[in-house]
Write a protein that binds this ligand. Structure first.
Ligand code: ADP
Length: 140
């Protein structure tokens, strides 16, 4: 299996509740290595661009407001099959449907305030990493 890098965000509902370490513990236990990490406050423009594919969805405005409501922790995670593994340990978008032991089952508050983001493909991971990190900030 290939070593991949994926992009992750620990969202405002989780940073507000001081869960950064708890979320990272789930990732690390799954074999994902944090190779870059920083706490930032997203600008409205960054959030709108990042979630641009959802611009026409009814929840877009709410999603952008949520993402800029408090600091987030943006990360690059590395490991075997990292994109799929990360999606697996995040759990389903709606915590009501998330499997036991996943971040969203453990910590998410609702389908919107669901604690984490993870890239859904290797191509999107590269794009999303580039939106928040320069090459020399990633230390594998
Ligand atoms: P995922 O984050 O699991 O890849 P999506 O790409 O479908 O899920 O949605 C992006 C984000 O938009 C979700 O993580 C969640 O924060 C928000 N979202 C998705 N669906 C809804 C909804 N029905 N109501 C409110 N927010 C939503």
């Amino acid at each position: 299996m290939a070593i991949e890098r994926t992009f992750s965000i620990i969202k405002p509902d989780a940073t507000n509740r001081n869960l950064t370490g708890a979320v990272n513990a789930v990732f690390e236990k799954a074999g994902l290595r944090v190779v870059a990490q920083k706490r930032v406050r997203m600008t409205r423009e960054q959030a709108e661009t990042f979630y641009g594919v959802h611009r026409e969805r009814p929840f877009f405005g709410e999603l952008v407001e949520f993402m800029i409501s408090a600091p987030v922790v943006v990360q690059v995670l590395e490991g075997e099959n990292a994109v799929a593994k990360h999606r697996e340990v995040m759990g389903a978008t709606n915590p009501a449907n998330a499997a036991e032991g996943t971040v969203r089952k453990l910590y998410a508050l609702s389908v919107g305030e669901n604690s984490v983001h993870g890239s859904d493909s290797l191509d999107n991971a590269k794009i999303e990493i580039g939106q928040f990190f320069s090459g020399n900030e990633i230390v594998g």
